[in-house]
Design a protein around this ligand. Structure first.
Ligand SMILES: Nc1ncnc2c1ncn2[C@@H]1O[C@H](COP(=O)(O)OP(=O)(O)OP(=O)(O)O)[C@@H](O)[C@H]1O
Ligand SMILES: [Mg+2]
Length: 451
């Protein structure tokens, strides 16, 4: 229930205002001095304050100033029997949302309350929107990205299945999310499954869910991702890595529009728009028979190809600024820019890990500098990307220096492969199990960039 605090030294005003508010269905609390009001506002939640200006002791304007000083942001409306222009101006400057002259008709009073509440709601929504936009904002300027986003707009409104293709770290997931946000399903859930990250024996339960007791350890019913995405969008990331048995089940689901939970006895209708992504060349997987051709035709309806970063260098300076702002914000640092020489270094690099790699580089560069980022620091970090800090760098026992070098190499390779274990292990010429052990030894968080 909306709670309104009324502050006035006159008992008759307190009585008439509180009666009008209560009749309109609000909860009204009265208080006869500014000091007591401040105390109440410190300890209790109110949605709105109505305050007299002229009162013995602290007046209403001084109260407003003190509330802002101590960080109480509840909207305040001033109300006065001796209103002057100067008073109205001062109260607006202090952040009062409105200024009323006594006597106030109850119609005017209630209208003022509604307006003030609407304004606060809007401000709160805007704040949340800004927060959300920051992380999932797509930053671009290049013609290549303009074409991608035009395609997103073209298919967003339909139910067409979209397949997002592109190298690691090019922004496939971001584009999938944007497609959902721009679709009629935007206020329903967006659910992601990374098919490469779920162990093959768990993937059916992850996608379709299971009934209680369906297998050892199934202590309760579990809703699969398809059901969690009901009414919304299910993003099947890395679909090229889906195990063969699951491919067959997914095909049946897409043909029939129904699924069965493991251990379930009846089919459940599915209403989730399916988007898929892969960094593999799906056609060559089909030729090698590791991806079913019939499933390929079901999911590969409208392809969107994410251009690698090296083919849209126009975006690099914008992305660098964007990530610098994000990283600064996350760490509570002052925002910082890049010198022209630093930007030149970024443009000259080949970006095998694409946007994700750029993001990591920006973070490391910011850690190394205080003021604006200069060319030398970027060069240092970029060459370190290929050569780590050089086996000769640093000081201390040989074992520590070797470990530090090893850590850089493994981290760089993980980043270049979007933290995909199988590929990283292959690139380093070691077994997956060996890579797991190495990461443990070297205190590397393998999942760092993966959610
Ligand atoms: N155009 C862009 N604007 C802002 N941020 C971006 C952009 N493209 C990618 N990013 C950011 O870069 C990172 C990698 O993007 P994303 O996870 O979408 O790539 P991906 O193609 O799915 O990679 P992978 O194949 O490795 O899964 C994310 O942090 C994402 O927010
Ligand atoms: Mg991805």
């Amino acid at each position: 229930m909306t709670r309104i605090l009324i502050v006035d030294d006159e008992a008759s005003t307190l009585a008439s205002l509180s009666r009008a508010f209560r009749l309109a269905g609000y909860d009204a609390v009265v208080c006869d001095s500014a000091a007591r009001a401040i105390d109440l506002l410190r300890h209790e939640r109110f949605d709105l304050v109505f305050s007299d200006v002229v009162m013995p002791g602290q007046d209403g304007l001084a109260m407003l100033a003190e509330l802002r000083d101590i960080g109480v942001a509840t909207p305040v409306i001033m109300i006065s029997g001796q209103a002057t222009i100067d008073m109205a101006v001062r109260s607006t400057r202090l952040g009062a949302v409105d200024f009323l002259e006594k006597p106030v008709s109850s119609d005017k009073l209630l209208l003022t309350v509604e307006n003030a509440l609407r304004l606060t709601r809007l401000e709160e929504e805007n704040r949340q929107l800004r927060r959300r936009v920051g992380r999932h904002d797509i930053v671009w300027k290049s013609e290549a990205m303009r074409r991608v986003l035009a395609q997103v707009d073209r298919v967003a409104a339909s139910e067409t299945r979209v397949c997002i293709l592109g190298e690691t770290g090019t922004g496939k997931e971001l584009v999938a999310r944007a497609l959902h946000e721009r679709s009629p399903r935007h206020d329903r859930p967006f659910v992601t499954v990374n098919c490469a990250a779920v162990p093959s024996e768990l993937i059916e339960s992850e996608l379709f869910g299971h009934e209680k007791g369906a297998f050892t350890g199934a202590a309760a019913r579990h809703l699969g991702k398809f059901e969690q995405a009901h009414g919304g969008t299910l993003f099947l990331d890395e679909i090229g890595d889906m195990p063969a048995a699951m491919q067959a089940k997914l095909l049946r689901l897409l043909q029939e529009g129904e699924l069965e939970r493991i251990g379930g006895e009846r089919p459940i209708p599915v209403n989730a728009r399916v988007l898929v992504a892969t960094h593999h060349d799906l056609e060559s997987l089909v030729r090698k028979s590791s991806f079913r051709e019939d499933l390929y035709h079901r999911v590969f309806v409208f392809p969107i190809l994410m251009p690698p970063l090296r083919e849209r260098l126009d975006d690099v300076p914008l992305l660098a600024d964007h990530f610098a702002a994000l990283v600064a914000d996350q760490n509570g640092w002052k925002p910082r820019g890049f010198t022209p020489a630093a930007v030149e270094q970024l443009l000259a690099y080949s970006w095998p890990g694409n946007v994700r790699e750029l993001r990591n580089i920006v973070e490391r560069v910011l850690l190394l500098t205080d003021g604006a980022v200069d060319g030398a620091t970027v060069r240092q970090v970029l060459s370190g990307r290929q050569l780590a800090s050089g086996p000769a760098a640093g000081s201390g026992p040989l074992a520590d220096r070797v470990a530090a070098f090893e850590r850089e190499v493994v981290l760089a390779e993980l980043n270049a492969h979007g933290h995909r274990v199988a590929e990283t292990a292959r690139a380093l010429g070691i077994e997956r199990s060996h890579l797991y052990k190495k990461c443990q030894q070297l205190a590397i968080d393998m999942k760092a960039e993966r959610k």
